[in-house]
Design a protein around this ligand. Structure first.
Ligand code: GLN
Length: 188
């Protein structure tokens, strides 16, 4: 198995390190020709959704990646990556891939409470560490999406078929379970 990591901006190296700890090689997607390699899943890292969205369009990665996700390529978006997958962002007119049946709120915790750490239950895993950095949350899931974790009554992780999104950053803690969950999801 090989996993592609969108490597335009944000915390992509941390995802590659998690994959490497799980014995899975990664390929970086930086330009169109990187898509010619074969890979079994895609990780969209945290960072700035607006910057990543703009760069993907400029580099002509947006259309081919969207088509691959629509065709069933398993994808895991963290934080900004969640925003790139959401069909609706409550407080932003921009939408990006728009493939996941979730309504997100951008910078949902405000500027003061923007970054925090907690431990909560993740469906199918148990209690895990969760680091939030100027994070969104999921205001609602609809259609085929299911919530997987909530913090203070807000949904912070969801799954829609082979699409997984977390508002927090599992790549910033030592716990490998969410990455393992994504790999199991690909295999299932
Ligand atoms: N606030 C960022 C955004 O709107 C997301 C933050 C993150 O990915 N850590 O894209």
């Amino acid at each position: 198995m090989r996993i592609a990591v969108l490597a335009l901006q944000g915390a992509f190296i941390e995802h590659e390190q998690m994959l490497s700890k799980l014995g899975v090689p990664s390929v970086e997607i930086r330009q169109k020709r990187d898509l010619n390699q074969s890979f079994d899943g895609l990780i969209i890292p945290g960072g700035e959704s607006t910057v990543q969205g703009k760069l993907m369009r400029e580099l002509e990665l947006y259309d081919p990646l969207k088509k691959m996700i629509q065709a069933g390529l398993p994808v895991f978006g963290t934080c900004a990556g969640l925003l790139l997958l959401a069909k609706k962002i409550q407080n932003d007119d921009r939408i990006h891939f728009s493939t996941m049946d979730i309504v997100a709120v951008r910078n949902a915790y405000g500027r003061q409470l923007g970054s925090f750490y907690t431990e909560e239950f993740f469906k199918g895993i148990g209690k895990i560490p969760m680091t939030f950095i100027r994070a969104p949350y999921i205001e609602d899931v609809f259609g085929e999406a299911q919530p997987l974790a909530t913090v203070n009554n807000h949904i912070v992780a969801a799954r829609h078929n082979k699409q997984l999104a977390t508002a927090f950053h599992p790549e910033l803690n030592n716990d490998l379970s969410v990455h393992q969950y994504f790999l199991d999801m690909i295999k299932s």
